[in-house]
Design a protein around this ligand. Sequence first.
Ligand SMILES: [Zn+2]
Length: 424
Amino acid sequence: MAKRRKKKKKIKYILLFLFILIVGLTCFYLFNKESFLGQIDYDINGDITYYDRYGIHLNFNGEFELNEEYNSPTLVLSNGRHEEIIDWDITDDGGNYSFKTSNYINEGINLEKLDIGTYYLLVKVNKDDESIYFPLINKTKYGNISYYTLTNDGNKKIDITWDKFEGHEILAFHVKSINLPDDVYDITIDPGHDGNDAGMIVCADGSVPNKQGKCASSQTYKESDINFTVSEALKNELESMGYKVKLTRDSKDDTVPTYGDMGSATTANATKSKFNFALHHNSTNIPGGMSSTHGLEVYVAGKSNLDLANLLVSNITKYGNTNVSTKDEFKVKNGIYQRFSDDGVTPYYYAIREVGGIATGAYVDGSNETYGKNPYFNSNDTAESYLIELGYIDNVKELKNILNNPKGYARGIALAIDEYLKKE
Ligand SMILES: [Zn+2]
């Protein structure tokens, strides 16, 4: 009996100790946080004039004024204990500073790299050998953003919020681990066209299909079906690498609207995907297998860093056993293309333009009834978008290569994505 009482007492002490420890740590944490926010100089502040999240990156443009007492400004993400310097391009015009975190839409702060915790985006300056932090104020019409990290490395949610500390605005990054919601994905694949719209129809022997789209002397192939076959194989490849993947349609015969809730131009953003890949096959519209044009074309948005596009080209040509396109029009470099509307800025393909929101220049808002609604046309929180023309199916030789090896093309795309994300 005495022994048991002793044991009970011991447990009581352990519980009491744990209670004091938890209370103590909580107080220490809260005090630390408060004291860091209390150290910030709210008399000075800068402006954020633009910001967006495109893919895995977050970008800011902004400005501030400093007199001569202050020098060496740096942009930091800090909570007093952990501090990270953020790269920026900064110009000083007699104390009027303007900055941007990148010249490319798909560079900037890599959200995948943030550790669990709360951080503040601040400018750090020196005055009399002392470091001073000041906040950045939101001068854009955009509010808070929630980002979910890629699933192959545990799930984190990052709430990028304009918080208040004693009435002062301060931009906070709250990074916590979570269970990923069912309707959030890493990557969206859009198999171009659908059950209602075949895209190009071709005959295996290079002859011309009849008016009903049927070939008299050989097998008939629809672009929409080939796009789906490669997309499905790509989904399997990426899932085996640990990514969560959404297809804009689930079968060859499925029909998909362009806009609306889960359209080919809106699914990536509705699912908070980090990337959107629209897969197509090209044609020159010269009937009868006459096309001598052939090869791969990867279309990218303007102001893009080409790292992922380069990897797509090298891996697809290798595993698809194919070549870069022989076409020169719109070519930026081998296999990589940028096609714009007449304004020279807005991407020609909606799969890049509309998915990209303000980063790429989306403009369909649903006011024109021939288009559906794009809820993300003015969004600053969108997926990084690519359109890939895997090859020319009106080139008989290339059609055969694609039909024989759809998994090779898919493997090339998946390895490119994985390599890019592991390198970043
Ligand atoms: Zn197409």
